[in-house]
Design a protein around this ligand. Structure first.
Ligand code: ZN
Ligand code: ZN
Length: 241
């Protein structure tokens, strides 16, 4: 599967770069993981947004969903035969209900006690620790390649098992190492240590801050990841998993 970064900032877009959004392509299917501010513009550089096969949302914070409304308008205008499937959790019924818009999109529920097949991929979900319900994703393709996305989370031990032996880990890395014990996000030390403890093959730090140099974020994460290669997200970064 191929991952393309469409936006990577936490909280709000910055200098023309959006918040969380990743294009995931596998076996001819094109899926969008999270749909933050600026993501629809970035996506349209790669494909027609109305050719998406599905969207999967980790949670309903605006930096992960800001462009859902305008994506629904684009689908509405395109008068497609079938609506766009948007997968989301049902721990927040108000936001889940908004995933469905007549003649545009249809909300589909996922949960953390059974896996969900989307295209040729198996999605497994893990509830994270975050101010609102949020879910990490473990995505496995038919060749057995594994992508794990932490979504937004503070550090907890369950992340290590969930990310075990993944080919690529995309980790929420919103803070440098001197910001410790944050209740919503990981710092560089936690992201690097998580990669090492779960024995992943590669780490991408993402959900990055606007106020800290990205090379500093990268070198701190690499220090704790040991010999696991680390890259910081940037718009247009493509990784074959
Ligand atoms: Zn976020
Ligand atoms: Zn969040």
């Amino acid at each position: 599967m191929l991952v393309t970064v469409l936006g990577f900032y936490g909280g709000y877009p910055h200098n023309g770069i959006g918040t969380s959004g990743y294009l995931l392509e596998d076996n001819g299917k094109k899926m969008l993981i999270d749909c933050g501010s600026g993501v629809l513009n970035a996506l349209s550089k790669y494909m027609k947004p109305t050719d998406l096969d599905a969207v999967i949302l980790s949670h309903y914070h605006h930096d992960h969903t800001a462009d859902i409304g305008v994506l629904q308008y684009e689908w509405l205008a395109a008068k497609k035969e079938n609506p766009l499937p948007i997968y989301g959790h049902t721990q927040d019924f108000v936001n889940f209900a908004q995933l469905t818009v007549d003649n545009a999109s249809k909300g589909i529920a996922y949960n953390d006690y059974e896996s969900t097949e989307i295209g040729s991929l198996k999605f497994e979900f893990l509830r994270t620790i975050h101010p609102v319900p949020a879910y990490a994703m473990r995505i496995t393709n038919k060749e057995g390649k594994v992508l794990v996305y932490t979504a937004d989370t503070t550090y907890f031990d369950g992340l290590v098992d969930f990310a075990k032996d993944a080919d690529l880990l995309i980790a929420d890395t919103n803070f440098p190492e001197d910001v410790t014990g944050h209740k919503a996000h990981l710092n560089t030390k936690e992201a690097g240590t998580l990669a090492k403890d779960s024995n992943v093959k590669r780490l991408m730090i993402s959900h990055l801050p606007q106020t800290v140099d990205l090379e500093t974020m990268l070198s701190q994460s690499q220090k704790y990841a040991g010999d696991i290669p680390v890259v910081h997200a940037f718009e247009g970064l493509e990784i074959e998993v």
